[in-house]
Design a protein around this ligand. Structure first.
Ligand code: CU
Length: 658
């Protein structure tokens, strides 16, 4: 039985990713290909009139199939003919305070504004709201980050609202029930449901009526993740625990019960404090997006063979992931796959359209996103073709079973060299995000193909509970020669199923060595060279500014001069500062993305001759100072943040002059 022993883990030295462990093998590329994805799922724009700033916060439909869109500017628009190229926009409501969710029920629109849940009705049926009613209101501390999301109607008729933490350089619950899910009855009775939330932008019920929410990486959240929520659950960020002494709190755990647990994972800590609910699915940061948003249930197989799976949006990477979950020993766990990328702005909301396409509501909200537009509304439309890829992965007592969407080439699928499995996890601590830790390869020692050629049973050595398993497939085609559309998934293994297990007769590889993410090298010199007796000839300080930009777009240095450069990360995200040879910023940024799981540990600095000088990857509110001699060759050099998703906007020019 492979379990994580808490006693051992208390003594263990956490092994931060060793740069030599993961193989990035040709044929195992993990980036989506929007052009190939488009053969199966097209992205179509909903034309927005020029004068409307449709920064989408919420989407819902009425029984006539008309789309309602609320914006963070406080408007609600009705869009008729929304799936045609001649949509009609009507302003239904205005003057709301940053509504970030919408729901329709029995002739009324419900929306969570920043400080209240409102019922909005068009009583005289002229498509303009004329009744605004407060169902329930909550206190605010006037912090910009106190977003309120919802409502989601629950089966009992109550409405669910999620309250984001404020941000003061760290997540903080500055007013009552921030960091909580609360339920509100139609007549305004509030009940706190669960806490541990940080930035809960998306939540939904699965086909069995169980509630899940998607969380964003941040303090106490090592990476994006999805958690099964029930009454009294604590999902991990301790700030909401400040309010567990209040009347109605469904849990007794106190804020002071959660100490900063250097070295623990959330899974391990849940063995110490049972109220903690570890995630059902992790979304590895920068690989499966960077900021999860809405969750959409796929109700049937008419959109693809994904019935009862979730689609999950990502704001920063403008993409959608797909999630298959199963229950093992009463606990949810499962796998996320890439699904579709290439949207035009940051995805906030997903909603089924009447024609079986999916509305995708977007805003970059000043944080910027891979999609370059500040806002947008698009649809994902199935072309009717089914891609060849993994439909589902299920945990087995001694490995995994992969189910494909189509029959496979069995000869190739029997070859164990076509599979790569590694497992790893993230740390649970007050620090923003986490490096990938405890990364190890898991040898596949046998692969059996089912008689219908739809499934492969992988036998894997040394699986560890509590770990995320990267499952990559090499060159395996369908039985008619199609390539996999996506060849990677990340399975969160909370429990290994009981049952007979085969042994490999071989042990897994050892732990990786402790390595540092302090990237000392000749390209990052952090103390002034002793030969600089006259000191630096030039000192430069650069900071990030909102919208994924540097505050300085251009610097000028003399060829060969001595430069002291400080990158002061005053932002609430991670950034670096990388000086590259002229014309190579895009190439270097792509190489940084290609580092995959290695990226964080390497500070997203690819091993490349094009990279001249760089800083560490900086946590929020930290800075790094480097000393370098400017290139001897005059020219236009580029500095760029190679953190995935940042490089398009976060760059500037270093002019080297004679
Ligand atoms: Cu950056």
């Amino acid at each position: 039985m492979v379990t994580v022993s808490v006693t051992n883990s208390m003594k263990k030295i956490i092994t931060v990713i060793s740069l030599t462990v993961l193989l990035i093998t040709p044929g195992y590329s993990q980036n989506g290909d929007p052009k190939r994805e488009a053969q199966y799922f097209e992205i179509k724009k909903v034309k927005i009139p020029e004068q409307i700033i449709l920064e989408v916060g919420g989407l819902t439909l009425d029984p006539k199939g008309r789309l309602y869109v609320c914006t963070r500017h406080g408007e609600i628009w009705i869009i008729e003919n929304s799936t045609t190229d001649k949509p009609i926009f009507k302003r239904f409501a205005s003057g709301l305070h940053e509504p970030l969710g919408l729901a329709y029920k029995d002739g009324a629109i419900y929306s969570a504004q920043r400080g209240e849940l409102s019922k909005i009705v068009d009583t005289n049926h002229d498509d303009v709201a004329d009744s605004y009613e407060t169902i329930y209101s909550w206190p605010l501390a006037a912090n910009y980050h106190e977003y309120s999301y919802g409502p989601l109607f629950l089966p009992n008729g109550d409405m669910l609202v999620a309250l984001n933490l404020g941000w003061t350089g760290k997540g903080e619950s500055l007013s009552k029930w921030r960091g909580w899910f609360i339920t509100i009855s139609p007549d305004g009775k509030m009940g706190p449901l669960a806490t541990g939330l940080r930035s809960p932008a998306g939540f939904n019920l699965n086909a069995d009526g169980d509630l899940f929410y998607a969380e964003n990486q941040g303090d106490w959240v090592g990476s994006g993740r999805m958690t099964h929520i029930e009454k009294g659950v604590f999902a991990g960020n301790p700030q909401g625990l400040k309010w567990t002494g209040e009347e109605g709190s469904p849990l007794k755990l106190k804020f002071s019960d959660i100490t900063d647990t250097l070295g623990y994972t959330l899974y391990e800590y849940s063995k110490i404090i049972p109220a903690i609910r570890p995630p059902s699915v992790w979304f590895p940061h920068t690989i499966m997006g960077i900021s999860t948003s809405d969750i959409l249930l796929v109700p049937n197989n008419t959109f693809g063979p994904y019935k009862n799976q979730f689609l999950v949006g990502d704001q920063g990477h403008s993409k959608i992931m797909r999630v298959f979950q199963e229950k093992v020993k009463g606990v949810y766990q499962g796998i996320c796959f890439p699904f579709r990328e290439g949207f035009s702005s940051g995805i906030i909301r997903l909603k089924w359209a009447p024609d079986n396409s999916i509305f995708v509501g977007m805003t970059s909200r000043g944080w910027a996103s891979t999609g370059p537009d500040p806002y947008g509304l698009e649809r994902v439309v199935s072309t009717g073709k089914v891609p060849f890829e993994m439909a589902a992965v299920r945990a087995m007592p001694d490995g995994f079973e992969i189910e494909f969407t189509k029959p496979i080439d069995a000869a190739a699928a029997k070859n164990i060299d076509r599979y790569q499995i590694s497992d790893f996890t993230y740390l649970y601590h007050h620090i923003y995000g986490s490096p990938v830790v405890e990364l190890e390869k898991r040898p596949v020692f046998d692969a059996e193909v089912s008689s219908d050629h739809r499934k492969v049973r992988l036998y894997v050595s040394g699986l560890r509970e509590g770990m995320i398993n990267e499952i990559k497939i090499g060159d395996i085609k369908s039985n008619v020669g199609e390539m996999l559309l996506h060849n990677v998934g990340y399975y969160t293994l909370n429990n290994i199923p009981d049952g007979p297990r085969r042994e490999a007769g071989m042990d897994h590889t050892g732990h990786s060595n402790l390595t540092t993410t302090d990237l000392k090298s000749s390209k990052r010199v952090t103390s002034m060279p002793s030969s600089w007796t006259g000191g630096p000839e030039q000192s430069i300080v650069i900071k990030p500014v909102p919208g994924l930009q540097y505050d300085t777009k251009e610097i000028t240095v003399k060829a060969g001069s001595k430069v002291r450069l400080t990158f002061d990360n005053t932002d609430d995200m991670l950034h670096n500062f990388v000086i590259v040879k002229p014309g190579t910023a895009d190439k270097v940024a792509q190489e940084a993305i290609n580092l995959g799981l290695e990226g964080q540990g390497k500070g997203f600095i690819p091993d490349s001759d094009e990279v001249l000088y760089y800083t560490n990857l900086l946590q929020p509110r930290t800075s790094d100072t480097i000393f370098f001699e400017a290139p001897q060759t005059p020219g236009t050099y580029t500095y760029v943040c190679t953190y995935p998703g940042h490089s398009f906007t976060m760059r500037g020019v270093m002019n080297v002059i004679k």
